[in-house]
Design a protein around this ligand. Sequence first.
Ligand code: ADP
Ligand code: MG
Length: 299
Amino acid sequence: MTEPTDITSIAPRDKAEILAQALPYIRKYHGKTMVIKYGGNAMTDPALQQDFAEDVVLLKLVGINPVVVHGGGPQIETLLKRLGKQGQFIQGMRVTDPETMEVVEWVLAGEVQQDIVGLINQAGGKAVGLTGRDGAMIRAQKLRMTDQKDPKLEHDVGQVGDIVSIDPSVVKALQDDQFIPVVSPIGFGEQNESYNINADVVAAKLATVLQAEKLLMLTNIRGVLDKDMRLLTELTPRQIDDLVADGTISGGMIPKIAGALDAAKSGVNAVHIIDGRVPHALLLEVLGNEPFGTMIRSH
Ligand code: ADP
Ligand code: MG
């Protein structure tokens, strides 16, 4: 990670120059939607949280429409531990029994979402927190998960949801009204039951139905790494298949890369997995001219 620069020591002339360099990007993205998956360390470090909130507000103020979808793995883990429950994962998905589902809803919709809303508001924006229930946005059903190696084997991961459909009208209405939507990845089923959906999957699908210009996934690592821990700056669908098949991509990176690839193939112009530990990662990616992290190609 780079050392933070003391910006008070930058000459005003240079500051003006830096701002002017952002102009082409602002023009390019004006009026466009960007879906941002907020997760990992960027979400737990207070300084990075504030950077993130400022970046989101700045994007909104220059006429870009950010939509935030947040995760909450570490926060869910903390509360589960306090309750004496051990979290369990299968192929990157959290096994969700009814008690875990309650915890997931408390933590995501109650705590994490409202923290993000508060931070964005403090930075001068107008954020509105939503779950998939609001505006009947995210319809879901129980995820049927087959084993990666043996397609005949099915894993029961409880109330983990598979998205049936997303109705983005509530998000669009808020955007048009200068609000910044902050979405918790919770869906509802036919019996009004709740589903815990991986936030990467929600972000990817939402980016697709909104026909977003960009999908940015902030995470707790530099991007997708190869076997020797080198950063892969660009990935094609074929390369992704190979990396998943040989186990180089595992755990939480599996639903992330799958969602990213789906979005790229479904018309989202730019899909990037970026390092949320870098201060102002969001602005760097959108308004900077040096790409970082991993770009996912559609072909
Ligand atoms: P997030 O909060 O961003 O969703 P996850 O823990 O779900 O975080 O997913 C990111 C994690 O995926 C990384 O911290 C890393 O441990 C894991 N991972 C597995 N395979 C890879 C890979 N090939 N490159 C990078 N990260 C990987
Ligand atoms: Mg994850």
